[in-house]
Design a protein around this ligand. Structure first.
Ligand SMILES: Nc1ncnc2c1ncn2[C@@H]1O[C@H](COP(=O)(O)OP(=O)(O)OP(=O)(O)O)[C@@H](O)[C@H]1O
Ligand SMILES: [Mg+2]
Length: 492
């Protein structure tokens, strides 16, 4: 059973620089290079027990490192020498099995001198610290969890996305908590399949993460199952916060819509200008001659009433043509420093006395420090008149109209007009700025009010948008660049 003393194994053991012992399963020494008194022992130790040689004991140590290796089949280490310190090896012990097929035939016992063990520990600590630093400096959120889902790695970016502190996450929190209900299980299922970036992985998966405050955070996820000896032991995920990317995409979409709208307006503007010019002259003739009829002839009452009707209708046509021309920007605009608060107040003052507004409560939230804007006063009045009249129509002349102004950021001001009316059906939100789009009865609306408003705002370098209020009604928001001179004075 024991190898021959001239066996190569024994010679190899004896030539080792580190203290080393080869023992059988029953803990008998087969070969060693050192023994008590630090003298080479070689063949003198053969057949004696390791505890006898190392600790001068008659029975195995408690616990016995060699027996641990026999039990687990894996290497084992003990930091401090066993017993009362009388060990020949003033160092740490390390033992590992030698297999013949599946069976352990011999064990190797080694000593480490403490200083090299400490140096190894120090190195390990340093590389661990480096690794942790690396994970924490990552731009993406990094979260790893053990097989039961308990979080074991959680970096600062993950903390920003999920709203949990690293301490909270590492105190036994489950990975499921960083996803909406059921999502973690779905990701796990995808990782176990191979349709999402290879078996055991998902790549660039768009899912929602869950913030601690209950809000959802869109993320792009790269994740993998970590295996050890073929068994799943952990999962690791890299989370990319998509909020900013999605916001930019949304902004881009908005710009595209505005561009499309601007293009539509431009072509319609050309058409409208042409038609308006053609109509303007004959219309001038109708108005002139109808007035002459009234002034120069003594007409019977019925005839006078008819001519007056002609005058009224022709005047309406002239107004519409006027609007069309304004829309096509054929009228000259005169830009001057202008106070939006004043335009809104003046429009409300004009409208308040009308029966239309008798049952409408007006709430004003005007920012008194609002910087001025450079604008055409006529056009601005017209714009707010259109929006406010629309609001009154939508409320069927009863409800609350709220006007608010403020600064979006230095250099840009906003005005919001909200009503508690019918609101705008979602599919129509895209259409309301189209020329001639109206939901009003024939004769009640031309559908030009908002397209005109759009044209005005565009020529002032601003934006106009409509949205439905969460409770009731709609809000129109206008944003315009502030007059650089006043805004500088305000913020300088
Ligand atoms: N505050 C609002 N609430 C609900 N719907 C609105 C509101 N403002 C506008 N709308 C919708 O937008 C459509 C277009 O408005 P726009 O001002 O362009 O034309 P109009 O009011 O119908 O006619 P007019 O040319 O007389 O103004 C309206 O018909 C209405 O359906
Ligand atoms: Mg209108």
């Amino acid at each position: 059973m024991y190898p021959d003393k001239r066996d190569g194994t024994i010679r190899a053991v004896e030539e080792q620089k580190r203290n080393l012992m080869l023992v059988s399963r029953d803990l008998k020494v087969i070969a060693t290079n050192y023994g008590p008194g630090r003298r080479p022992m070689g063949v003198q130790c053969m057949g004696r027990s390791c505890h006898e040689i190392l600790y001068c004991k008659n029975s195995p140590c408690h616990p016995c490192l060699a027996q641990e290796v026999l039990k687990t089949g894996k290497p084992a280490v003990r930091e401090k020498p066993d017993g009362d310190g009388s060990s020949a090896w003033e160092a740490c012990h390390y033992a590992y099995p030698l297999y013949s097929g599946k069976e352990i035939t011999f064990l190797v016992l080694l000593d480490y001198d403490v200083s090299s063990f400490e140096a190894m520990e120090e190195n390990l600590k340093r590389s661990n610290a480096f690794l942790i630093n690396l994970i924490h400096s990552a731009v993406d959120g990094v979260i790893a969890a053990d097989i039961r889902g308990r979080i074991v790695i959680f970096n600062s970016a993950a903390s920003e996305i999920c709203g949990f502190s690293e301490e909270e996450a590492l105190s036994g929190m489950n990975i499921r908590k960083v996803y909406p209900r059921g999502v973690a299980e779905k990701i796990m299922k995808k990782m176990r399949g191979d349709g999402w970036g290879g078996k055991g992985k998902v790549k660039n998966l768009k899912v929602d993460g869950m913030n601690r405050d209950g809000s959802r955070v869109p993320i792009a996820l790269d994740a993998a199952i970590v295996c050890d000896e073929g068994k799943e032991v952990a999962t690791i995920g890299f989370f990319r916060d998509m909020r900013e990317t999605l916001r930019m995409e949304e902004e881009l979409k908005g710009t595209q819509v505005q561009l499309l709208q601007a293009e539509k307006m431009a072509s319609l503007g050309k058409l409208a200008a042409g038609v308006a010019h053609q109509i303007n002259n004959p219309l001038g003739g109708i108005l002139l001659f109808a007035r002459l009829l009234l002034e120069e002839y003594d007409l019977p009452k019925e005839a006078r009433d008819d001519v007056k009707r002609i005058l009224r209708d022709a005047a309406r046509c002239r107004d519409t043509v006027g609007e069309l021309l304004a829309f096509a920007r054929q009228t000259r605009s005169e830009m001057a420093p202008f106070d939006i608060n004043q335009a809104i107040t003046r429009t409300l003052f004009l409208l308040e006395s009308q029966t239309l507004f008798h049952n409408i409560e007006i709430r004003s939230q005007l920012d008194l420090d609002l910087p001025q804007v450079m604008a055409d006063i006529q056009q601005m009045n017209h714009l707010f008149m259109n929006i406010i009249l629309n609001a009154a129509d939508a409320m069927d002349n009863e409800g609350v109209l709220t006007v608010a102004t403020g600064t979006v950021r230095p250099g840009r001001v906003f005005a919001e007009i909200s009503d508690t009316g019918s609101g705008i059906p979602e599919p129509l939100l895209k259409k309301i700025f189209d020329p001639f789009f109206t939901t009003k009865e024939a004769g009640e609306g031309t559908g030009l009010g908002l397209s005109l408003a759009y044209g005005i705002i565009e020529s002032h370098g601003g934006t106009i948008a409509a949205r439905n209020n969460p409770e009731k009604g709609a809000t129109f928001r206008v944003e315009i660049p502030a007059n650089p001179q006043t805004s500088e004075a305000d913020h300088g």
